[in-house]
Ligand binder design. Structure first.
Ligand SMILES: Nc1ncnc2c1ncn2[C@@H]1O[C@H](COP(=O)(O)OP(=O)(O)O)[C@@H](O)[C@H]1O
Ligand SMILES: [Mg+2]
Length: 184
């Protein structure tokens, strides 16, 4: 039997790892993450010197994910590239730029890398890419919602307990933050 593939995506810092772990436990799902694929030696890191950041190849990632999708239970793919994989449901986690910047500052990343990610979040980059690649896309604002509440909400949307319509892309708009962020 075909089991669903659920992608959890979002800009770094929006809560993917925390939420996907809780959701996998809730659903008894098979959890596919980047570190997992690395451990299995099905994915390698490259390094972008200019941006001083580790990178993964999208196609290699998609191929590795495919190999790990099982048929016995629900599959959860967690990565900032997971929305590029063919999925039955894509949840893009969103965080307002102020809260996101605070979370990323705790990572001791170079300032340029933090800025790049906050800007990507402001421009809805992942949501736009998700909509280009998948039909069933939802957005959840984790700025004020903790990881457990987010995992619970995703479970409820999957169950049709909540009308998913409310979480269709379109309502989240960080442009009010953009002016403040870009002019300072
Ligand atoms: N829904 C949430 N609300 C508030 N803070 C969160 C939430 N999810 C995760 N966090 C916190 O934000 C930080 C980034 O979470 P993480 O799961 O590592 O994000 P990602 O995997 O998307 O980079 C962590 O410190 C985590 O504890
Ligand atoms: Mg993570």
């Amino acid at each position: 039997m075909k089991t669903p593939v659920i992608a959890i995506s979002g800009t770094p810092g929006t809560g993917k790892t925390a939420v996907a772990r809780l959701l996998a436990r809730r659903l008894g799902a098979n959890l596919i993450t980047v570190p997992y694929l690395m451990r299995k030696k099905q994915l390698r890191y490259g390094y972008d010197r200019k941006r001083r950041t580790k990178v993964i190849d999208e196609r290699e990632f998609a191929r590795a994910v495919k190999r790990n999708i099982g048929t016995g239970r629900t599959n959860i793919v967690e990565s900032h590239l997971s929305h590029l994989v063919k999925a039955d449901f894509v949840f893009v986690l969103r965080t307002n730029p102020d809260a996101l910047e605070k979370r990323l500052k705790r990572r001791n990343w170079p300032a340029a890398k933090i800025r790049e990610n906050v800007e990507a979040e402001m421009l809805d980059e992942i949501t736009i890419e998700a909509l280009e690649n998948n039909k069933n896309v939802y957005e959840i604002d984790t700025s004020k919602l903790g990881a457990p509440a987010t995992a619970r909400l995703i479970g409820q949307i999957l169950n049709n307990f909540h009308h998913g319509k409310k979480y269709r892309p379109g309502d989240i708009d960080w442009t009010g933050h953009a002016k403040r962020y870009l002019t300072r």
